[in-house]
Write a protein of this length. Structure first.
Length: 340
């Protein structure tokens, strides 16, 4: 083989390798482009200014679950156009709620060996005012109507309410003094008119009436109860059985909640109900699927709640009086707060 022939063979090999490399790069770019296109098929999310005191009408704030650089950030949309473009804040939360210019954001702090968690109280511009360590995995968060109190619940053992092998820790903070009630299980329980003591009590899912009263779930003895809490007296008084994750209506007359129903799967036991606090009459909503969420009252007649979707959860809405049908409000979103 002559020297010229060897050079020609070498040149051909180089050209072949170059073409293969170029093809691989173009294929990867094409696949990347497909992924980007699939992501853009979801809601449009853009960076911008997000306020807990919106000046441009009623807004819905959510934890954005759409794939992309703004996943898990608190995002804002007009309440009149919930499926429209979202404005992302840059603040990431696992659980979130807000009212009257105050927000509560439950976050993961990623460590080398394990993750820890914290509760961050936010001002109207989503700047951190105060941070508290959280004892476990975030699950529920609420702010009082005045913005003076915030509450959160975490799992300190387990990560689901469906079974029995879990325990929770619920805390309330007064944002005027930064006084914290770190564990509502230390409150005195009044059950059937008498002081009740048991080692297996769990408390979760606070919803505030005002700056002195709240409702929550108490679990003990294999049963759950709606309890009315008094911050001043440090008491929890049972109101009604089989109530979990209560949410008080804006007019203070009804509780939306998830109820365990007979015959349902142990892994999907709950349906969405509304309780009249005066008559204790229960009304099943038109939502017939399993609900594992603390519903939000969008107004005095409409509930918003999360159901698992393609990218984590979608938000749905249903009338609170048992009429109508459930309808999808937003895709790829969870932990809503209605402001304005």
């Amino acid at each position: 083989m002559t020297k010229s022939t060897r050079l020609l063979i070498l040149l051909a090999a180089v050209l072949l390798l170059a073409s293969v490399g170029t093809g691989a790069v173009l294929y990867a770019a094409h696949r990347s482009g497909l992924r980007d296109e699939q992501q853009t098929n979801g809601p449009t999310v853009r960076t911008g200014s997000v306020s807990l005191r919106p000046a441009d009408g009623r807004r819905l704030l959510v934890r954005n679950l759409a794939w992309g650089p703004h996943r898990d950030e608190i995002a804002s949309v007009p309440a009149s156009d919930p499926q429209g473009p979202r404005t992302a804040s840059g603040v990431k939360c696992l659980r979130f709620h807000a009212a009257a210019g105050t927000g509560i954001c439950l976050q993961a702090v990623h460590g080398t060996l394990r993750d820890t968690y914290r509760a961050v109280v936010l001002d109207a511009h989503l700047h951190a005012r105060h941070r508290f360590p959280a004892a476990g995995i975030p699950t529920r968060a609420r702010v009082s109507p005045s913005g003076h109190l915030v509450a959160w619940t975490v799992f300190v053992n387990g990560d689901s309410y469906a079974g029995t092998n879990f325990s929770t820790r619920t805390s309330i903070v007064d944002t005027r003094t930064w006084t914290i009630d770190d564990n509502l299980e230390t409150f005195r329980v009044i059950k059937d008119g008498r002081t009740y003591r048991a080692a297996d009590t769990n408390v979760w899912g606070v919803t505030f009436a005002d700056d002195t009263r709240f409702y929550a779930t108490l679990a003990t003895g294999g049963h759950t109860y709606l309890v009315r809490g008094s911050i001043a007296a440090r008491t929890l008084t049972t109101v009604h059985a089989n109530v979990e994750c209560p949410s008080l209506s804006p007019d203070g007359t009804r509780i939306a909640y998830k109820k365990r129903v007979r015959g349902a799967s142990p892994d999907a036991p709950w349906r969405l109900y509304v309780l009249n606090l005066r008559t204790l009459k229960e009304t099943a909503t038109a939502e017939r699927r399993n609900i594992d969420d603390q519903a939000l009252w969008a107004d005095d007649s409409t509930l918003v709640y999360a159901i698992p979707g393609n990218y984590g959860s979608d938000l749905w809405t249903v009338p609170a009086d048992g009429t109508g049908t459930a309808s999808r409000l937003m895709t790829s979103a969870v932990a809503p707060a209605s402001l304005g």
